[in-house]
Write a protein that binds this ligand. Structure first.
Ligand code: NAD
Length: 288
């Protein structure tokens, strides 16, 4: 079954919103991008240029199709105008429940009745947002990963109130834009990916801060014994060490002493030395 979406609007042109808009436009959909004001849209244009550069280096773009796709994106700072004539809204505004609810409240009556709304939220459950959308049967989560054209999972997670046909259309849309759809049968904080990854990374951090083994040994154990290409500390380097530091610090503030030990270790051994992971050339490992 095709999605039958003809036009797509992305709300919020930050790190993920820009990647989602790029991936969608690069698969032939007319895309409108909304951000709060002209200054934010100017920053967003720079972000799209960077994405085309990175995509061209990694994938190649001999015919210039990626550049043309971005040039065809419509940039709008009036939210009602952005959703007026669109079939699918993908929301990627900052991860804050009240902010997201207020954004949905402002588009609930501006978008056509039939428009489907999807949130890219990483940590909020869609059922916490659904009533603000004015259309809980046409609302669900569609969660992309950073580096969208390469790490191309799209987790599709409805609420108990989402119409099953809407779930099917969004699964079809994910395929139409080159993603591998991951269908969740019920709501789950962290979806499938982070439900697996976060405990795995925490277990590795625990082995490290209790001085059971060093990162190289822990990674080698995982790679050799399971055939996985990367061990947990290699994955930390890909994520970038600021995010695990922020998460560990928050857990420490909530009373988790092991997370506190990991946060201190990351700060002392890595962040304070400018070692931020792969992006900075060094984290647990050195990169050329
Ligand atoms: P970001 O801070 O890079 O971008 C947010 C964008 O939203 C900015 O351009 C900002 O100007 C805009 N914005 C702020 N207020 C707005 C409003 N009221 N209406 C519309 N736009 C507004 O954030 P991000 O990392 O792109 O994250 C966005 C969402 O995507 C979050 O829900 C996050 O959980 C999710 N997500 C992020 C990642 C990631 O790796 N960064 C991965 C998966 C999902």
């Amino acid at each position: 079954m095709p999605s039958s979406f003809r036009t797509v609007t992305v709300l919020g042109a930050g790190v993920l919103g820009a990647q989602i808009a790029f991936q969608t436009a690069n698969h032939g959909f007319p895309v409108t991008v909304y951000d709060v004001d002209d200054a934010a849209l100017t920053i967003a244009r720079g972000r799209f240029d960077a994405i085309v550069g990175q995509y061209t280096r990694e994938v190649g773009d001999p015919e210039g199709a990626a550049r043309r796709a971005v040039d065809g994106i419509r940039f709008v700072s009036d939210i009602a105008e952005a959703v007026r004539d669109t079939d699918l809204v993908i929301e990627a505004v900052p991860e804050n429940l009240e902010l997201k609810r207020s954004v949905y409240a402002s588009i609930a009556s501006a978008a056509p009745e039939t428009t489907v709304f999807a949130t890219n939220s990483s940590t909020l459950l869609p059922s916490a947002i659904a009533d603000a959308t004015g259309r809980p049967d046409r609302f669900l989560a569609l969660h992309f990963a950073n580096h969208i054209w390469a790490q191309n999972t799209a987790e599709v997670m409805g609420t108990p109130r989402t119409d099953p046909e809407v779930v099917e259309r969004v699964v079809a849309f994910a395929e139409e834009i080159g993603m591998v759809p991951i269908r969740l049968k019920k709501e789950q904080p962290g979806y499938v990916l982070n439900s697996l990854l976060v405990p795995f990374l925490n277990a590795a951090a625990d082995l490290l801060v209790r001085d059971v083994a060093d990162p190289e040994t822990i990674d080698a154990t995982w790679r050799i014994a399971t055939g996985a290409p990367l061990g947990p500390f290699q994955i930390y380097d890909v994520i970038g060490l600021r995010t695990p530091y922020a998460i560990a610090s928050a857990s420490a503030a909530a009373g988790d002493t092991r997370a506190g030990a990991f946060a201190e270790y990351l700060k002392r051994e890595y962040l304070d030395q400018g070692k931020l992971g792969r992006e900075s050339g060094e984290g647990f490992y050195r990169y050329r």
